[in-house]
Design a protein around this ligand. Structure first.
Ligand code: KIV
Length: 289
Protein backbone atom coordinates (compact mmCIF):
# COMPACT_ATOMS: atom_id res chain seq x y z
CA UNK A 1 0.00 0.00 0.00
CA UNK A 2 1.33 3.42 -0.96
CA UNK A 3 1.87 5.72 1.99
CA UNK A 4 2.14 8.86 -0.09
CA UNK A 5 -0.62 10.59 -2.01
CA UNK A 6 -0.95 12.82 -5.04
CA UNK A 7 -2.72 16.12 -5.48
CA UNK A 8 -6.36 15.50 -6.32
CA UNK A 9 -6.79 17.84 -9.28
CA UNK A 10 -10.56 17.37 -9.23
CA UNK A 11 -10.99 18.91 -5.79
CA UNK A 12 -7.59 20.57 -5.13
CA UNK A 13 -8.06 19.46 -1.57
CA UNK A 14 -5.03 17.24 -1.07
CA UNK A 15 -1.73 18.52 0.26
CA UNK A 16 1.16 17.88 -2.15
CA UNK A 17 3.12 14.70 -1.58
CA UNK A 18 5.87 15.39 0.95
CA UNK A 19 9.49 14.50 0.43
CA UNK A 20 9.97 10.73 0.85
CA UNK A 21 11.45 10.00 4.25
CA UNK A 22 12.39 6.77 5.98
CA UNK A 23 9.65 5.64 8.30
CA UNK A 24 10.38 4.92 11.95
CA UNK A 25 10.60 1.11 12.19
CA UNK A 26 9.34 -1.19 14.92
CA UNK A 27 12.89 -2.45 15.79
CA UNK A 28 13.98 1.20 16.11
CA UNK A 29 11.12 1.88 18.53
CA UNK A 30 12.01 -1.22 20.58
CA UNK A 31 15.69 -0.24 20.64
CA UNK A 32 14.86 3.11 22.24
CA UNK A 33 14.52 1.31 25.59
CA UNK A 34 18.17 0.36 25.80
CA UNK A 35 19.45 3.74 24.64
CA UNK A 36 20.25 6.09 27.53
CA UNK A 37 20.46 9.03 25.09
CA UNK A 38 17.02 8.36 23.57
CA UNK A 39 14.29 10.97 23.94
CA UNK A 40 10.83 9.83 25.10
CA UNK A 41 8.66 8.43 22.29
CA UNK A 42 5.96 10.79 21.01
CA UNK A 43 2.69 9.05 20.13
CA UNK A 44 -0.71 10.56 19.27
CA UNK A 45 -3.91 9.12 17.89
CA UNK A 46 -4.89 9.81 14.28
CA UNK A 47 -7.99 8.61 12.45
CA UNK A 48 -8.05 10.68 9.25
CA UNK A 49 -5.68 11.55 6.43
CA UNK A 50 -5.41 15.29 7.10
CA UNK A 51 -4.81 14.83 10.81
CA UNK A 52 -2.14 12.25 9.99
CA UNK A 53 -0.44 14.72 7.63
CA UNK A 54 -0.31 17.38 10.32
CA UNK A 55 0.86 15.12 13.17
CA UNK A 56 3.30 12.95 11.23
CA UNK A 57 6.42 15.16 11.24
CA UNK A 58 6.21 15.55 15.03
CA UNK A 59 5.43 11.98 16.11
CA UNK A 60 7.32 8.70 16.32
CA UNK A 61 4.10 6.67 16.35
CA UNK A 62 0.60 7.42 15.04
CA UNK A 63 -1.97 5.24 16.78
CA UNK A 64 -5.21 4.52 14.97
CA UNK A 65 -6.96 3.95 18.28
CA UNK A 66 -10.35 2.32 18.69
CA UNK A 67 -11.14 5.49 20.65
CA UNK A 68 -12.30 6.58 17.18
CA UNK A 69 -15.58 4.90 18.14
CA UNK A 70 -16.26 7.68 20.62
CA UNK A 71 -14.31 10.53 19.00
CA UNK A 72 -15.45 10.07 15.38
CA UNK A 73 -18.64 8.02 15.61
CA UNK A 74 -20.16 9.17 18.92
CA UNK A 75 -20.46 5.60 20.22
CA UNK A 76 -20.90 5.10 23.97
CA UNK A 77 -17.74 2.98 24.28
CA UNK A 78 -15.12 1.27 22.09
CA UNK A 79 -17.02 -2.03 22.16
CA UNK A 80 -19.08 -1.54 18.95
CA UNK A 81 -16.02 -0.59 16.85
CA UNK A 82 -15.59 -2.98 13.92
CA UNK A 83 -12.62 -4.35 11.97
CA UNK A 84 -13.96 -2.57 8.87
CA UNK A 85 -13.83 0.79 10.69
CA UNK A 86 -10.27 0.18 11.89
CA UNK A 87 -9.13 -0.86 8.40
CA UNK A 88 -10.71 2.17 6.70
CA UNK A 89 -9.22 4.67 9.16
CA UNK A 90 -5.89 2.84 9.35
CA UNK A 91 -5.51 3.06 5.55
CA UNK A 92 -6.31 6.79 5.63
CA UNK A 93 -3.65 7.39 8.30
CA UNK A 94 -1.03 5.41 6.37
CA UNK A 95 -1.82 7.44 3.24
CA UNK A 96 -1.40 10.66 5.19
CA UNK A 97 1.91 9.81 6.84
CA UNK A 98 5.43 9.03 5.71
CA UNK A 99 7.55 9.33 8.82
CA UNK A 100 5.85 7.89 11.93
CA UNK A 101 5.20 4.20 12.48
CA UNK A 102 1.46 3.53 12.15
CA UNK A 103 -0.07 1.20 14.77
CA UNK A 104 -3.71 0.12 14.49
CA UNK A 105 -5.86 -1.04 17.42
CA UNK A 106 -7.46 -4.46 17.20
CA UNK A 107 -11.14 -3.87 17.97
CA UNK A 108 -13.10 -5.74 20.64
CA UNK A 109 -14.15 -9.20 19.43
CA UNK A 110 -11.48 -9.43 16.72
CA UNK A 111 -8.75 -11.21 18.71
CA UNK A 112 -9.83 -12.58 22.11
CA UNK A 113 -11.32 -15.93 21.05
CA UNK A 114 -8.06 -17.55 19.94
CA UNK A 115 -4.57 -16.77 18.61
CA UNK A 116 -5.65 -18.01 15.16
CA UNK A 117 -8.63 -15.64 15.12
CA UNK A 118 -6.30 -12.84 16.22
CA UNK A 119 -3.88 -13.70 13.39
CA UNK A 120 -6.68 -13.54 10.81
CA UNK A 121 -7.79 -10.12 12.07
CA UNK A 122 -4.28 -8.70 12.50
CA UNK A 123 -3.07 -9.88 9.10
CA UNK A 124 -6.09 -8.23 7.48
CA UNK A 125 -5.31 -4.99 9.35
CA UNK A 126 -1.70 -4.96 8.13
CA UNK A 127 -2.66 -5.92 4.56
CA UNK A 128 -5.53 -3.44 4.24
CA UNK A 129 -3.91 -0.47 5.96
CA UNK A 130 -0.17 -0.61 5.36
CA UNK A 131 0.35 -0.17 9.13
CA UNK A 132 3.50 -1.58 10.76
CA UNK A 133 1.91 -3.10 13.86
CA UNK A 134 -1.27 -3.76 15.84
CA UNK A 135 -2.15 -2.97 19.43
CA UNK A 136 -4.31 -5.19 21.60
CA UNK A 137 -5.60 -4.87 25.15
CA UNK A 138 -5.02 -7.38 27.95
CA UNK A 139 -2.21 -8.88 30.00
CA UNK A 140 -1.38 -12.44 30.99
CA UNK A 141 -4.57 -13.77 29.36
CA UNK A 142 -3.40 -12.39 26.00
CA UNK A 143 0.25 -13.49 26.27
CA UNK A 144 -0.19 -16.59 24.08
CA UNK A 145 -1.85 -14.44 21.42
CA UNK A 146 0.92 -11.82 21.55
CA UNK A 147 3.50 -14.61 21.14
CA UNK A 148 1.54 -16.25 18.28
CA UNK A 149 1.36 -12.98 16.32
CA UNK A 150 4.91 -11.81 17.07
CA UNK A 151 6.43 -15.14 15.98
CA UNK A 152 4.48 -14.94 12.71
CA UNK A 153 5.64 -11.49 11.62
CA UNK A 154 3.03 -9.27 13.22
CA UNK A 155 4.52 -6.74 15.67
CA UNK A 156 2.26 -6.25 18.69
CA UNK A 157 2.00 -3.32 21.07
CA UNK A 158 0.49 -4.37 24.42
CA UNK A 159 -1.99 -2.30 26.47
CA UNK A 160 -2.45 -2.89 30.21
CA UNK A 161 -3.88 -1.12 33.26
CA UNK A 162 -7.11 0.64 32.39
CA UNK A 163 -8.20 -1.28 29.30
CA UNK A 164 -11.32 0.44 27.92
CA UNK A 165 -12.58 -2.66 26.06
CA UNK A 166 -12.95 -4.31 29.50
CA UNK A 167 -15.12 -1.46 30.86
CA UNK A 168 -17.92 -3.87 31.76
CA UNK A 169 -15.57 -6.08 33.78
CA UNK A 170 -13.72 -3.17 35.37
CA UNK A 171 -16.94 -1.28 36.16
CA UNK A 172 -15.78 2.08 34.80
CA UNK A 173 -12.86 4.16 33.60
CA UNK A 174 -11.29 4.98 37.00
CA UNK A 175 -7.55 4.70 37.67
CA UNK A 176 -6.27 1.19 38.35
CA UNK A 177 -3.71 -0.24 40.74
CA UNK A 178 -4.79 1.41 43.97
CA UNK A 179 -5.01 -1.91 45.84
CA UNK A 180 -1.98 -4.15 46.38
CA UNK A 181 -3.56 -7.09 44.57
CA UNK A 182 -4.51 -5.05 41.53
CA UNK A 183 -1.06 -3.38 41.52
CA UNK A 184 0.67 -6.77 41.42
CA UNK A 185 -1.70 -8.10 38.76
CA UNK A 186 -1.04 -5.17 36.42
CA UNK A 187 2.75 -5.47 36.85
CA UNK A 188 2.37 -9.20 36.03
CA UNK A 189 0.23 -8.36 32.98
CA UNK A 190 2.85 -5.94 31.63
CA UNK A 191 5.64 -8.50 32.17
CA UNK A 192 3.61 -11.26 30.52
CA UNK A 193 2.96 -9.37 27.27
CA UNK A 194 6.54 -8.05 27.10
CA UNK A 195 7.98 -11.55 27.63
CA UNK A 196 5.59 -12.86 24.96
CA UNK A 197 7.17 -10.51 22.41
CA UNK A 198 5.33 -7.18 22.54
CA UNK A 199 7.69 -4.51 21.15
CA UNK A 200 6.20 -1.83 23.43
CA UNK A 201 3.48 -1.64 26.05
CA UNK A 202 0.91 1.12 26.65
CA UNK A 203 0.12 1.59 30.34
CA UNK A 204 -3.12 3.51 30.81
CA UNK A 205 -4.78 5.06 33.87
CA UNK A 206 -2.68 3.68 36.71
CA UNK A 207 -1.18 5.14 39.87
CA UNK A 208 2.21 6.71 39.22
CA UNK A 209 4.25 4.28 41.34
CA UNK A 210 2.80 1.34 39.44
CA UNK A 211 3.77 2.89 36.09
CA UNK A 212 7.27 3.55 37.46
CA UNK A 213 7.61 -0.08 38.54
CA UNK A 214 6.62 -1.27 35.06
CA UNK A 215 9.06 1.16 33.41
CA UNK A 216 11.83 -0.21 35.63
CA UNK A 217 10.89 -3.84 34.97
CA UNK A 218 10.27 -4.13 31.23
CA UNK A 219 13.02 -4.27 28.62
CA UNK A 220 10.73 -2.73 25.99
CA UNK A 221 9.41 0.86 25.88
CA UNK A 222 6.51 1.68 28.17
CA UNK A 223 4.22 4.33 26.73
CA UNK A 224 2.11 6.11 29.31
CA UNK A 225 -1.33 7.71 29.27
CA UNK A 226 -2.44 8.79 32.70
CA UNK A 227 0.62 7.00 34.05
CA UNK A 228 3.98 8.68 34.83
CA UNK A 229 6.37 11.28 33.43
CA UNK A 230 9.09 8.62 33.71
CA UNK A 231 7.52 6.43 31.00
CA UNK A 232 9.60 5.82 27.87
CA UNK A 233 6.97 7.68 25.84
CA UNK A 234 3.58 9.36 26.11
CA UNK A 235 0.34 9.08 24.16
CA UNK A 236 -2.85 11.14 24.18
CA UNK A 237 -6.02 11.20 22.12
CA UNK A 238 -5.32 14.09 19.73
CA UNK A 239 -8.80 15.60 19.93
CA UNK A 240 -8.54 15.65 23.77
CA UNK A 241 -5.15 17.33 23.59
CA UNK A 242 -6.41 19.90 21.08
CA UNK A 243 -9.39 20.82 23.26
CA UNK A 244 -12.23 19.56 21.06
CA UNK A 245 -14.28 18.26 23.97
CA UNK A 246 -15.69 20.05 27.00
CA UNK A 247 -14.89 17.16 29.34
CA UNK A 248 -11.66 15.20 29.29
CA UNK A 249 -9.99 12.85 31.78
CA UNK A 250 -7.77 14.38 34.49
CA UNK A 251 -4.59 13.17 32.78
CA UNK A 252 -5.21 15.19 29.60
CA UNK A 253 -3.27 18.41 29.13
CA UNK A 254 -4.92 20.75 26.62
CA UNK A 255 -2.56 22.33 24.12
CA UNK A 256 -5.28 24.13 22.18
CA UNK A 257 -8.94 25.08 22.19
CA UNK A 258 -10.24 23.54 18.98
CA UNK A 259 -13.87 23.74 20.12
CA UNK A 260 -13.60 27.51 20.60
CA UNK A 261 -11.71 28.00 17.31
CA UNK A 262 -14.31 25.98 15.37
CA UNK A 263 -17.28 27.65 17.05
CA UNK A 264 -15.91 31.10 16.36
CA UNK A 265 -15.25 30.27 12.66
CA UNK A 266 -18.69 28.70 12.17
CA UNK A 267 -20.40 31.68 13.83
CA UNK A 268 -18.64 34.05 11.43
CA UNK A 269 -19.54 31.85 8.43
CA UNK A 270 -23.20 31.66 9.47
CA UNK A 271 -23.36 35.43 9.95
CA UNK A 272 -21.73 36.03 6.52
CA UNK A 273 -24.18 33.65 4.78
CA UNK A 274 -27.17 35.29 6.46
CA UNK A 275 -25.98 38.81 5.60
CA UNK A 276 -24.93 37.75 2.05
CA UNK A 277 -21.35 38.87 2.79
CA UNK A 278 -20.33 35.37 1.62
CA UNK A 279 -19.66 34.60 -1.16
CA UNK A 280 -17.99 37.84 -2.17
CA UNK A 281 -16.50 38.70 -5.57
CA UNK A 282 -13.34 36.80 -4.55
CA UNK A 283 -15.16 33.50 -4.21
CA UNK A 284 -17.33 33.37 -7.35
CA UNK A 285 -16.59 32.42 -10.97
CA UNK A 286 -16.98 35.01 -13.72
CA UNK A 287 -17.37 34.15 -17.41
CA UNK A 288 -14.08 34.32 -19.36
CA UNK A 289 -13.84 37.68 -21.13
O1 KIV B 1 -7.84 3.83 21.54
C1 KIV B 1 -6.95 4.61 21.89
O2 KIV B 1 -6.92 5.78 21.47
C2 KIV B 1 -5.93 4.13 22.82
C3 KIV B 1 -5.03 5.14 23.44
C4 KIV B 1 -5.75 6.07 24.28
C5 KIV B 1 -3.88 4.50 24.12
O3 KIV B 1 -5.84 2.98 23.05
Amino acid sequence: MSTTYTVDSATSRATPTPKPMKRVTIPAIKARKGDPEAEPLVMLTAYTVRTAQLLDPHCDILLVGDSLGQVIYGLPSTLPVSLDMMCAHGAAVSRGSYHAAVVVDMPFGSYEASPVHAFESASRILADTGAAAVKLEGGAAMADTVRFLSERGIPVMGHVGLTPQAVNTLGGYGARGRSGAEYDKIVGDAEAVAQAGAFAVVVEGVVETLADTIVGTLDVPVIGIGASARCDGQVLVTEDMLGLFERTPRFVKRYGNMAETMTEAVERYAADVRSRAFPSADEIYKPKS
